[in-house]
Design a protein around this ligand. Structure first.
Ligand SMILES: NC(=O)c1ccc[n+]([C@@H]2O[C@H](COP(=O)([O-])OP(=O)(O)OC[C@H]3O[C@@H](n4cnc5c(N)ncnc54)[C@H](OP(=O)(O)O)[C@@H]3O)[C@@H](O)[C@H]2O)c1
Length: 316
């Protein structure tokens, strides 16, 4: 690759882990700063990935990290705030510092993961407005000194996601009826590996320079349809109870006030915007097809776990 030395922010997350491996497999030298390097043992074994403990919000550390790099990729993001200004700090202020630092260090390529529906002025939630503001900053100020591209994916599924896996875990704990907020929200789920492939291919591709690229999966589903697919896949005895708007809000208020913030009012507001592509890239992997494989895999895992338990009870 032309941009051989890449600094990856947010590489410790769900999408970032997969992206780090994909870039490293293309012979890039990936530097991955993160807060808790001890959690990244799986990446450590790759000779092309360098994991560094760092506070990327510290300007001096950010500057040192960017020195000598050819490209930067920013995946840092949060879905809920602990404190009132967290969205601004993470989605806007960090992007501002990153653009300035990249420019100071002569980094010629900057890629950024935004979100579908991100819009500074009219996003339906604080999450979407702050994502939109960060993206605008990048395209306004980054553009002068470097080639920038931002990606706006719909919800992402794949190994280790917090979408299918989280709903599957909640369904396991739910007795029979599953009260679902915002059941008619529309989503076009994107497969992790498709998204990662698109980002990697874009690093050296001039046709993506200056673009904001929406990325969706091949089909549109309502949230209810997705949950029903998970119920079928996991052979759960649960039945979906679709909540109307008032009860959806109420559920968000209650769950958002509990530790873990499973679903917040801001998440509820994000779901008011259809998470689908009017134009942009359609990836090929379909969610139902993935769920079929997922089921086979978890079936195998169950069999393997039973086998291990059997072995443990008969030591020699
Ligand atoms: N997953 C989706 O369905 C989806 C859809 C659309 C857009 N996106 C966007 O894609 C990006 C990556 O998403 P993801 O699903 O991979 O999320 P994730 O697993 O939660 O990863 C988020 C990354 O951001 C880092 N981060 C968050 N707050 C930070 C802070 N204060 N200081 C330093 N690092 C911080 C995390 O570091 P730690 O590991 O240290 O916490 C982690 O590396 C995000 O910007 C998200 O908005 C995701």
């Amino acid at each position: 690759m032309q941009h051989h030395h890449i600094i990856l922010f947010g590489g410790s997350g769900f999408i970032g882990n997969q992206l780090a491996i994909a870039l490293a497999n293309r012979n890039c030298n990936v530097t991955l700063p993160c807060r808790r390097p001890h959690r990244q043992q799986a990446l450590r074994v790759h000779p092309n990935i360098r994991i560094i403990e760092a506070d990327v919000f510290d300007d001096d550390q950010l500057n040192a990290l960017c020195r000598g790099q050819h490209a930067a990729i920013n995946l840092i993001g949060i879905l809920h705030q602990r404190q009132d200004d967290d969205f601004r700090r993470v989605h806007v202020d960090f992007v501002k510092s990153l653009v300035a630092t990249c420019s100071r260090n002569g980094i010629s390529r900057l890629l950024h993961l935004s979100a579908l529906g991100a819009d500074q002025a009219s996003g339906s939630s604080q999450y979407l407005r702050s994502k939109g503001e960060g993206e605008n900053l990048l395209h306004t100020f980054g553009q002068k000194d470097m080639q920038v591209t931002s990606f706006q994916p719909s919800v992402v599924f794949g190994k280790g996601d917090q979408f299918i896996n989280r709903f599957a875990s909640i369904l396991k704990l739910t007795p029979l009826l599953f009260p679902l907020a915002c059941p008619d929200s529309q989503l076009a789920p994107v497969y992790l590996n498709d998204l990662v492939g698109r980002i990697v291919d874009s690093v050296d591709d001039p046709s993506t320079y200056s673009r904001r690229i929406s990325i969706c999966g091949p089909e549109v589903f309502t949230l209810r349809q997705i949950i029903e697919m998970i119920i079928e896949t996991t052979s759960s005895p649960c039945r979906v109870v679709p909540l109307g708007d008032g009860l959806s809000r109420l559920q968000a208020m209650i769950l958002g006030a509990l530790p873990g913030k499973l679903f917040t009012l801001d998440n509820y507001r994000s779901l008011q915007t259809p998470n689908i592509c009017n134009q942009g890239d359609l990836c090929k992997t379909s969610l139902p097809r993935y769920l079929l494989d997922w089921n086979n895999h978890s079936g195998f895992r169950k069999y393997y776990d039973q086998f291990r338990r059997y072995q443990a009870s008969y030591p020699d």
